[in-house]
Design a protein around this ligand. Structure first.
Ligand code: ADP
Ligand code: MG
Length: 594
């Protein structure tokens, strides 16, 4: 019997390989763009027609190819990037398999123009289904231009398998974004039909992110960087309040190659811990740099899978990097205590004196002076108790910004009327809890809007609020400020908002009531006061979020409230001028007894 095994003709072998490399138009965009990056291009233009069905063209100003190389580049396993198996472990280029061009040319009408800088003429190659139709010298710009027309024209089954144009275009944009993010130092453009979708100048990473995702990302980014012997992590993470309900804007790159790795996504998500509302996903762009010998990218032809030799170590470093970034920017309520204390020490030294003077004045000069000097030690030993009125985040934030000596605990009592009573050197201090709380909240909200540090309490059940058109417009105009206060909300259809989180200080309030109350109060103030917008917002929210008269408070809440009142800029009055406390002097008490 005759032998029956034979080698497949190249055209068919390439078509089979193409099944793996070229799944859809976006795969072509990715392979061609990566080749341009590898070729040292500074400027890469991508031109798409009909979501890549009729045309995918990538034009670069990179090295170009000689006539022989141009021809060779279309052969399977033809690559300039590795020579021997060992090279796989020192890889610094995107490509290395030498399959992409051969595969693409097998399933399209393919045209390449390429010229090296030192040559006068370039080369034109026209290939159809792996068959070279034309090869000739041609005038060409320096670099390479590859046009892929009618992808899958010769494999109708694959062509029919393509999704709608919007879906295919989404995939193209995804791949474009990944490569543009990985190379902010290069310029990129993307044109679809006659629409210029992106035109990106060389820039820093932060600008590139803004260029790709929009201006509102500017305020939302916290830099992230961590370096260990094994690897480094750099990039940006989105502040928790910018988290989206859809997964997707999450990018991890390893040695500039975009990768998918759920394990590492989990490391990032874990670092955010309870900072994110259920079902929301943070934005991040993280670059891991690691010696190629610790990774294996040769797992899948499309190369977005990756293996690390010590995946757990990588996980730990990524997590630590993100935690650090969250802490360093005061985004996390569970701040690292050691980094925090330094911050407080600096601020407190400048403020301790005035605070001391203030206490002297208000409460009598004998107040445990020595304790004032020991406040730092005291503070280290005794973290303020968690309070329902003032969450840990709130305490931490107030301590950072106006850290003052914490004298020995002075007990505070609540009268049946709701008023608070506290011993003072020269008498009894009587405090109006509502006015006092309003003062404290007002200053805290002002500060938060200033440094956009509002801490958010995630809602268990997001609530929708429908407003009149004017109110809705007003809210959207103040979106940034309201969010800086700690509210979390999104526009949700016409004149409707979905509120997913509220300021941590407002524990116990209903978010819908609070939000609507804020708006009501804001409008009321607008009609009666002439104060700047931020001031009005802080006042309005303080009014609505403050405790109610007669509300029972715990000892910690009362002590914390009084401490914070005395530490505020203007402790004597609420923002609208009501008295917050007075001292019933010992001498007056005495008159009642004789
Ligand atoms: P790989 O990128 O894995 O090497 P490809 O099939 O994508 O394989 O490309 C084959 C070769 O063609 C590359 O190794 C490179 O030498 C050359 N090449 C491809 N695209 C370009 C380009 N835009 N500019 C210069 N050379 C290119
Ligand atoms: Mg390649």
């Amino acid at each position: 019997m005759a032998d029956i095994i034979h080698l497949l003709p190249d055209a068919i072998a390439n078509q089979i390989a193409a099944g793996e490399v070229v799944q859809r138009p976006a795969s072509v965009v990715k392979e061609l763009m990566e080749n341009s990056v590898d070729a040292g291009a500074k400027r890469i233009q991508v031109i798409i027609k009909e979501a890549g069905r009729s045309l995918i063209q990538v034009v670069d100003d990179g090295s170009g190819m000689s006539e022989t190389d141009a021809r060779m580049s279309l052969e399977r396993h033809a690559t300039s990037k590795i020579r021997k198996a060992d090279d796989l472990f020192t890889l610094r280029t995107m490509g290395f398999r030498g399959e992409a061009l051969a595969s693409i040319a097998a399933v399209s009408q393919f045209e390449m123009k390429t010229r090296q800088a030192d040559k006068e003429l370039g080369t034109l190659l026209v290939v159809e289904g792996s068959e070279v139709r034309r090869q000739e010298p041609t005038a060409a710009e320096k670099g390479t231009s590859i046009a892929v027309k009618n992808l899958f024209y010769n494999i109708p089954a694959r062509r029919n398998f393509l999704k709608s144009n919007p879906v295919e275009m989404r995939h193209i944009v995804d791949d474009f974004q990944r490569i543009a993010l990985a190379h902010p130092e290069l310029s990129f453009s993307l044109v679809h039909g006659d629409e210029l979708l992106y035109d990106l100048e060389p820039s820093k990473l932060a600008q590139r992110i803004v260029g790709l995702f929009g201006k509102n990302y500017q305020q939302q980014l916290a830099p992230c960087s961590e370096e260990t012997d094994l690897m480094s992590v750099t990039g940006y993470i989105g502040k928790p309040e910018s988290a989206k309900r859809t997964r997707g804007e999450q990018f991890i790159f390893v040695n500039e190659r975009f990768i998918r790795n759920n394990y590492l996504n989990h490391a990032v998500a874990g670092a955010y811990e309870n900072l994110l509302p259920e079902g929301t996903f943070p934005f991040y762009v993280l670059f891991i740099t690691i010696d190629p010998k610790h990774i294996d990218v040769n797992v899948h032809p499309t190369k977005t899978e990756i293996k690390f030799d010590d995946e757990r170590a990588v996980y730990a470093v990524v997590r630590a990097a993100v935690r650090q970034a969250l802490g360093a920017h005061n985004l996390s309520p569970t701040l690292d205590y050691t980094t925090d204390i330094n911050l407080m020490t600096k601020v407190s030294q400048t403020q301790a004196l005035s605070r001391e003077q203030y206490l002297d004045e208000q409460l009598g000069s004998g107040l445990q002076r020595s304790n004032l000097q020991n406040w730092e030690k005291l503070f280290e030993e005794e973290r303020p108790a968690q309070s329902a009125l003032f969450g840990q985040a709130e305490l931490a934030a107030s301590e950072r910004t106006s850290m003052v000596p914490v004298p020995n605990r002075v007990p505070v009592f609540q009268l049946p009327s709701g008023h608070l009573v506290r011993p003072a050197k020269n008498g009894v201090m009587i405090i109006h809890p509502v006015a006092a709380h309003e003062r404290v909240l007002y200053e805290s909200f002002l500060r938060k809007m200033k440094d956009r540090s509002g801490s958010t309490l995630q809602s268990l059940f997001p609530q929708t609020i429908t407003l009149g058109t004017a109110d809705f417009t007003l809210v959207m105009e103040m979106e940034r400020e309201i969010k800086a206060l700690g509210f979390e909300f999104e526009a949700f259809g016409k004149n409707t908002l979905v509120v997913t989180g509220m300021p941590a200080e407002a524990t116990g309030k209903n978010e819908k009531e609070l939000f609507e109350g804020l708006l009501e109060q804001f409008k009321h103030n607008q009609a009666t006061l002439t104060v700047p917008l931020q001031d009005n917002l802080a006042r309005s929210l303080a009014r609505r979020a403050a405790v109610k008269m007669g509300q029972a408070l715990s000892s910690e809440e009362m002590e914390s409230l009084v401490e914070r009142l005395l530490a505020s800029h203007n402790p004597n009055y609420s923002p609208d001028g009501s008295t917050t406390f007075f001292i019933f002097e010992t001498s007056k008490i005495e008159t009642h007894f004789r």
